[in-house]
Write a protein that binds this ligand. Structure first.
Ligand SMILES: [Zn+2]
Length: 503
């Protein structure tokens, strides 16, 4: 059993089990044998197979990413960052999801890119919410990540009925079959010899699943001892639809059908009843999230780009909600999500004291671990898994070093991440992923994105091309541009009312 020691780490984030929080150690040794940490603190004296000089390093636990779509989102680079539909309360989700779809080769390329970016930003545990595609298990295992495959299924598909209107194509048997396919796929992942893959039930979104499918999910998840996840309260459109269907907010309806339990991981939970955009009269949703013991996966990036905020992360914590963090979209940079979590909570609250960086790190590690029922990840403690991030304190963006966690989150981000270990196995070495080839994957992704965009007009409800739906950020030199005062979004008016087929 070979032991690796990081000797005399200048700074180290240790887990203080007595107080239940992370704390700094200085000039400490961290030793691990195989997949487990065997020593945290000064003076490790056991036999050593590999020694890493820690004097220029900041050592911290691997980060737990609770929400991502690796096979989907990388193909949206340059497409989605400024795409939103004002007539749908800014969200571009529905228009984009129904119009721009990558093919199977694109999904594999996208996932390899996303896994690489995630590892390079210190993620060691990942909830991967994707449609089942060939090669998913092999690629995720090869990446070296600790992965939860969450194959999504649903009873309905979204369709755009007009530039401002979301419709649904219901197919209940497809939802039931999709859940069965997900179960077979999760079981296959869990049998993988790496031992790092687990399954998570993933009914797609609260508005595309029948009550029966959601109830069946809870029962099956509990019987098979797997957690489950869905998207909920992610748009004003969804909030209004659920009120129209049930006379209740999405959170209250989910609670009433028994979906909100400590096993539930809820992506987003932004548009709860007291959100300022809703002017809803009840004030119960936040308490429900706390009392039911769910975990919220907070993903600030896609929403803030629409002009939307979770109101606010610190308030959720004080209400007693378990909070974790996810990346959801590009860039797959978990450290940037941590920065946005801190900054945007303060913007939403108008109060610098609504949270502090220790709260953010706790959510990014322990909050995530709790959602995954794990007390052996997200912390550097004897007996925990050797999921470890080594940060280069000599990197210019880390210096001057007074508070390395602040330097990392507010200045350096992934640029200073040097080495990453998962299960004691090195997956990032000197700022490069060890087991993946992101450069080659980018070549494939470039071609896949071109195919996706070319296919857009066929899928779009009004046959529009990508340049119309999401124009480039700058005009092409010499092209005529409308004066600012006459610009309107080209949608709705010319639509003839026919429903598009989807998928
Ligand atoms: Zn999502």
């Amino acid at each position: 059993m070979a032991t690796t020691v990081v000797r005399q780490a200048a700074w180290l984030v240790g887990w203080d089990g007595a107080s239940g929080r992370h704390a700094y150690l200085k000039d400490a040794d961290l030793a691990f044998s195989d997949d487990r940490i065997v020593h945290v603190g000064p003076g490790f004296e056991g036999p050593v197979g590999r020694e890493i000089d820690g004097r220029g390093l900041f050592v911290m636990p691997g980060l737990v990413d609770l929400h991502s779509h690796p096979a989907l989102e990388p193909a949206y680079k340059g497409v989605r960052e400024e795409h939103g539909v004002p007539e749908m309360y800014m969200t571009g989700l529905y228009e984009r999801a129904t119009t721009f779809r990558t093919d199977a080769q694109g999904e594999l390329a996208a996932a390899e890119v996303a896994f690489s970016e995630l590892l390079l930003s210190g993620v060691t545990s990942l909830v991967d919410v994707s449609g089942v595609y060939d090669g998913w298990i092999d690629l995720l295992a090869r990446s070296g990540l600790r992965g939860w495959v969450a194959p999504w299924y649903s009873s309905a598909a979204w369709k755009m009925e007009a530039g401002h209107k979301l419709g649904f194509t219901w197919d209940e048997p497809a939802g039931i079959a999709g859940m069965a396919q997900a179960e077979a796929f999760m079981a296959e992942a869990e049998r993988h010899p790496s031992g790092r893959l687990s399954g998570m039930y993933s009914p797609g979104t609260i508005d595309t699943c029948t009550e029966a499918l959601l109830r069946d999910t809870v029962a099956a998840a509990q019987a098979s001892k797997r957690p489950y996840t869905t998207h909920i309260a992610q748009s004003v459109v969804e909030f209004n639809l659920m009120v129209e269907r049930h006379g209740k907010t999405p959170v209250q309806w989910a609670n009433d059908i028994g979906f909100l339990t400590p096993d539930a991981l809820l992506a987003h939970a932004i548009f709860i009843d007291d959100h300022s955009w809703l002017h809803w009269r009840s004030r119960r949703d936040l308490a429900i999230l706390a009392e039911t013991g769910v975990t919220v996966a907070h993903c600030p990036t896609p929403f803030c780009r629409y002009g939307q905020l979770l109101e606010d992360f610190g308030r959720y914590l004080r209400a007693g909600v378990t909070m974790g963090i996810g990346t959801d979209t590009l860039p797959h940079n978990f450290l940037e999500e941590m920065r946005k979590t801190a900054v945007l909570a303060r913007v939403a609250a108008g109060d610098i004291k609504t949270l502090d960086l220790a709260d953010v790190l706790h959510a990014a590690t322990i909050g995530g671990a709790r959602a995954l029922w794990r007390d052996d990840i997200g912390r550097l403690a004897v007996g925990a898994k050797a999921d470890i991030v080594l940060v280069d304190l000599a990197h210019p963006h880390m210096r001057p070093v007074r508070d390395p966690l602040r330097s990392l989150v507010f200045s350096a981000a992934e640029r200073a991440v040097r080495d990453v270990f998962v299960d004691g196995r090195q997956v990032v070495a000197d700022g490069r992923v060890v087991h993946l080839d992101p450069d080659e994957a980018h070549d494939r992704l470039q071609e896949a994105q071109a195919r996706m965009l070319a296919d857009g007009p066929r899928r779009d409800f009004a046959g529009r091309d990508a340049e119309t739906i999401t124009p480039l950020s700058l005009p092409r030199m010499g092209a005529n541009r409308e004066p600012e005062c006459t610009r309107t979004r080209p949608s709705g008016g010319s639509f003839n009312g026919e429903l598009s087929a989807f998928p």
